[in-house]
Design a protein around this ligand. Structure first.
Ligand SMILES: [Zn+2]
Length: 165
């Protein structure tokens, strides 16, 4: 499996489409051969996740390893989902890396995953920054403007505040 995300199309300010040639490296090479397996299937949840830019949605893979250890792996979703967006293979690759490592309830997080987990956060942040730098599609812009107009105006209280009890 490739360790890069496919390049995506950037629409520059002149409105010209150009393929972005610099694909983002998203995952370190995880060991291919898992020593272990999942009990049952890996499940996927959508969860709110705090990020430096506020609360965003993330996909969380949840798996129970055959030794009874529980693992989760998150992947932060950009607010506007790119076309052909394959979150599942990325987050599955992340959680599957726990099948071939020394993480355990006794040891805790292994050295490899201390490194990976930091890289995953950096990679998600890098991806979000890149999406944020792209122009907002017109339909989204129109929708956001309409929503703003519907928001109730802030009314400031007039007169003295009620006495404290
Ligand atoms: Zn590990």
């Amino acid at each position: 499996m490739s360790n890069t995300e496919p390049g995506f199309t950037v629409i520059d300010k002149r409105g010209t489409n150009r393929a972005e040639e610099t694909a983002v490296v998203i995952e370190p090479d995880a060991p291919k051969t898992g020593k272990r397996s999942w009990k049952g299937a890996v499940e996927y949840l959508s969860i709110p996740k705090p990020t430096p830019t506020g609360m965003l949605m993330a996909v969380q893979a949840v798996g129970l390893r055959d030794d009874g250890s529980l693992f989760t792996a998150d992947y932060i979703l950009p607010p506007i989902l790119p076309k052909n967006f394959d979150w599942k293979s990325v987050v599955t690759k992340r959680i599957d890396s726990y099948l071939a490592c020394d993480c355990s309830r006794e040891i805790g997080t292994c050295g490899m995953h201390q490194q990976y987990e930091r890289q995953w956060m950096e990679q998600d942040a890098q991806r979000l920054n890149m999406f944020a730098s792209q122009p907002v599609p017109e339909c989204i812009e129109v929708m956001v403007n309409l929503q703003r107009q519907k928001q109730p105006k802030v009314v400031l209280a007039k007169g003295p505040l009620p006495p404290k009890k």
